[in-house]
Design a binder for this molecule. Structure first.
Ligand code: ZN
Length: 175
């Protein structure tokens, strides 16, 4: 898959299992990479429908940077998402239309760059990278692999890693 690079040499769509900041290229740790957009039930918005696909990257010391971190996400694939605030577009309806169009455009970019079956990593990949990045200790990783093979309950740390991404890998953009 040949995904174009942006001006700092980061692919415009990243599917992990390691990620880099789209603005400065600093690495982000697998487990700390995402935080999900939270819809406000007291202030519902048509954008809430897309909340499952609006995420924020974070990174950790010593790689911390202060770049904009909002991304669109489909499965484990992410790309930059440029939403406008009320300073950029004071008119609510106009802002909403613009932002929904931005979400759709970003998700379209992911769909064009990454085939559906490549938008999510399998469990073995996550365990190996989790171990490599220090999110799992070797004994926990071994226990998790044994649990996967024998279809038994995963250790908590591994369960977190394997189930951290319930995001769908496909979406209908026509609605
Ligand atoms: Zn950065």
């Amino acid at each position: 898959m040949n995904i174009p690079l942006n001006s700092v040499g980061v692919p415009v769509v990243q599917s992990g299992p390691t990620y880099r900041c789209f603005e400065c290229g600093k690495p982000t740790k697998f487990r700390e990479t995402f935080g999900k957009f939270l819809a406000n039930p007291r202030n519902p918005s048509p954008l809430d429908k897309w909340a499952d696909h609006i995420w924020y990257m974070t990174n950790v010391e010593p790689e911390r940077c202060h770049c904009p971190k909002r991304v669109a996400r489909l499965g484990d694939s992410i790309t930059v998402l440029n939403l406008s605030g009320d300073r950029d577009l004071p008119n609510y309806d106009e802002r909403l239309r613009h932002n929904i169009a931005e979400v759709k455009e970003s998700l379209t970019r992911i769909m064009m760059c990454v085939p559906e079956h490549e938008r999510k990593q399998d469990e073995a990949t996550r365990l190996v990278y989790g171990l490599w990045q220090g999110d799992l200790t070797p004994p926990v990783a071994i226990e998790a692999i044994r649990a996967l093979i024998s279809n038994q309950t995963l250790p908590d740390a591994a369960a977190f890693l394997l189930h951290r991404a319930p995001v769908r890998v496909e979406i209908d953009l026509s609605v």
